[in-house]
Unconditional design. Sequence first.
Length: 100
Amino acid sequence: MSTIHHVVLDDRGIAWIDETNTKVIEVAADHLAHGTSPAEMHLQYPNLSIAQIHAALAYYYDHQADFDRQLAEQLREYEQLRASAAESPGKARLRQQGLI
């Protein structure tokens, strides 16, 4: 059994980076979306140590299938909400003016 330091689970089983308000899935999603290295991510998340970022990514890779399912579900929910949302008044005006 392996232990990953810097990652804690809350009472709902959500993985957080210890002593922060940052979820492991947030760091993993940012890494997947942008392909940034832990050193680059440290510039974006200066409140996280490089060790915390590495630990979050290690935890993600140890539980990749579960996290990937969560990310896919979040994307589906986003797409459903986006599809069902009415056009904003600002966007309607821009469309009427031929700007989009």
